[in-house]
Structures are given as C-alpha cells and as structure tokens.
Write a protein that binds this ligand. Structure first.
Ligand SMILES: [Fe+2]
Ligand SMILES: [Fe+2]
Length: 339
C-alpha cells in the first residue's frame, strides 16, 4: 500500500482503550474496533504508539521516540487513515490569498514600469502623442476589440473553478459583466468604415494572439495565476484625468487621443467601454477573488512569481506590436483573411 497520504502529524480520532487482556480497542461514535499490531511489532509498542497519535508529533519523531522504524509507524497509521480514524494535526503553512496577491502586485507594478510604460508604445503615446500616426490609435482600438471578442476563451475556462462557491458566483458575475463588451467597442470603427462583419474576417496581430493564447493556457492550467492577472488587464492607468475635451479621460490612452484630436466618433465608444469597466470596478476583480482564498502555500506563490515576467513580456508585446504594425500607414488597418 502506498503511504504517501500519511499525515505529517497523525492524530487519532478515536478513543484508545486497552482491554483487561491487553488488546487495543478504538472507540468511535460508530462502535468499537479491535486493532492488532502489524508483524514485527509488540502489543506494548503498538499501544504506546497509538497513545502518542495526538496530532502534535511528526511520524519521524514518533518513530525515534518509540524506538521503531518510520516505515512501521506508517504501516500502523496508513490503514487508520483509510478508515477515517486518523487526521492531521499539522497547521497548514500558508499565507492568506490577499497577502500573496499583494506581493504579486508589487512585482507586477515594477514590471509595468520596466517593461510596459518604458516601452516604445507607451513612451510614444504618453510622451509625444502628436508624433504618433492616427492609425496607431485606431490599431489600439482594433487590437483591443480582437482581445475582447476572444475574452471568453479564457474567462469561460475559470467558470467552474472549484475553489469555493462564492468565488464561482463572483466569476460568473464578472463573465456576464464582460459579455459582449466587444459590441461596445465595435461602434468605434464606424468612422473607419469598418463593421463587425469586416472584423470577423480579419485577424489579430500575432502579438495580440500570443497574449490571448497565453492567458487561455493559464486559465486552464494555473487558473489562480490567471485570476491574478485580471486586475492588471482590467486596470486603468489613470482613472481621474480630465481630457482636453473636458470629459473624464478614464485612462492615459484616451487622454492622449484627446490631446491630438483623434476622431471623436472613434474615441466615444472607447471611452464608453472604459466608463463601463470603471463602473464595475474591474481593476479590483483580482483582489475581490483573492480575498476569498483561505491560503496559498509557498511553492505556489513562488511558481506565480516566476510566471509574472512572461505575462508582462507578452503584455508589453501586445502594446509594442500595435506601434510596430500600425505606425506604417501603408499597411491596411484590417488584415483580412480570404476564405
Ligand atoms: Fe470589458
Ligand atoms: Fe472589464
């Protein structure tokens, strides 16, 4: 029998009594069980070992204190676990979900500065928007549409997350709030003569696809890490700025659009989506979800921290890919697929 499930600090869930004849009895609410030592163990050693299963001592210490091999302790404890007579007294080593998320966010925020805001796209949009071809602004809208249209690829993958019922309900709420956000943004492309049918025949940049596929993979293989990225993906750089037109800018991109006078019919629906997003406070989704997570172990936290850089590189590529492609006005706005 494999004994890999033996608790680190076994705790007997039954009352141990010794009969007049010296036999061990385990008294439970369901009845009395007569138990016998395995081969190679005396009755006295067996009773002494059972009496020490109080959930405060490790298997290794139990073995050395009782002068027996670890394997013999496991041989006694493993069948008792199977019968539901032993649980674990060890205190789980874990940090609260929010504590882990705040450490992750610290890393994310540093990477946002190092990889995203200092990268070519955001440097151009934030520092010298007047030098940026308007197609880059439109391209940002288009690639965001591709992302939103495919968002169900990753959001749907976490709907059945079994972590707990409250979290599942929250994820369902988020999914419904996100549903058809692409239809808000699609209206932004009317001034470009681009409708939904045209978009359906077009393909995103490889850098946009890369981000979508990476998130889809994580949503399926490491869903909690994916949930940690939502706060970044939904977060706005700057939620209070009033743009040049006197409207709330909602984010730095819209503020730059205002500064350089990008077509108002394009900016309006983009602002509408940002307003809806801010209204639902989607930048806080990760925190609300992680507040429901009772504990995260150290190895898991380390694994998530190790993944942050790849996520942020893919996110940086999403932005920089837009500048790379759309800055050349000879290139078509839509990369249509011919069937
Ligand atoms: Fe959205
Ligand atoms: Fe959102």
């Amino acid at each position: 029998m494999t004994d890999s499930f033996v608790p680190s600090k076994p705790r007997l869930r039954a009352e141990l009594r010794v009969s007049a004849a010296g036999a061990a009895e385990l008294h439970t609410s369901g009845g009395v069980l007569d138990v016998e030592p395995p081969d190679g163990m005396t009755q006295d050693d067996f009773v002494r070992l059972l009496s020490h299963l109080d959930g405060s001592t490790t298997v290794e210490t139990l073995a050395s204190e009782n002068g027996i091999e670890d394997s013999l302790v496991r041989e006694v404890v493993a069948p008792a676990v199977v019968w539901g007579l032993v649980d674990d007294g060890a205190v789980p080593r874990a940090s609260s979900g929010l504590a882990v998320l705040s450490r992750l966010e610290e890393v994310f925020n540093r990477q946002l500065e190092d990889l995203i805001f200092s990268g070519p796209f955001w440097q151009a949009v934030l520092e010298r928007p007047e030098t940026v071809h308007h197609n880059v602004f439109y391209g940002f809208g288009l690639e965001n549409w591709f992302f939103l249209f495919r968002e169900n690829e990753f959001d749907a993958a976490v709907l059945a997350l079994a972590e707990n019922a409250e979290m599942r309900a929250m994820l369902n709420g988020f999914y419904h709030e996100e549903h058809r956000h692409d239809d808000i943004v699609v209206r932004a492309f009317r001034p470009l003569g681009v409708g939904k049918d045209d978009l359906l025949r077009a393909r995103p940049l490889p850098t946009t696809s890369g981000l979508i596929k990476l998130l889809s993979w994580w949503a399926r293989t490491d869903p909690m890490f994916f949930l940690a990225t939502i706060g970044i993906l939904e977060g706005r750089l700057d939620s209070d700025t009033v743009g040049a037109n006197g409207q709330i800018a909602y984010d730095s991109f819209l503020s730059a659009c205002d500064r350089v006078g990008v077509d108002a019919d394009f900016v309006g629906p983009m602002r509408e989506h940002a307003r809806v997003n801010a209204g639902h406070d989607h930048a806080s989704v990760s925190r609300e979800l992680f507040a429901l997570v009772p504990g995260v172990d150290e190895d898991t936290e380390r694994r998530w921290i190790a993944k942050t850089h790849l996520f942020m590189e893919a996110y940086a590529e999403f932005f920089n890919g837009i500048l790379d492609y759309y800055a050349d006005p000879r290139r078509p706005l839509l990369r249509s697929v011919e069937f």
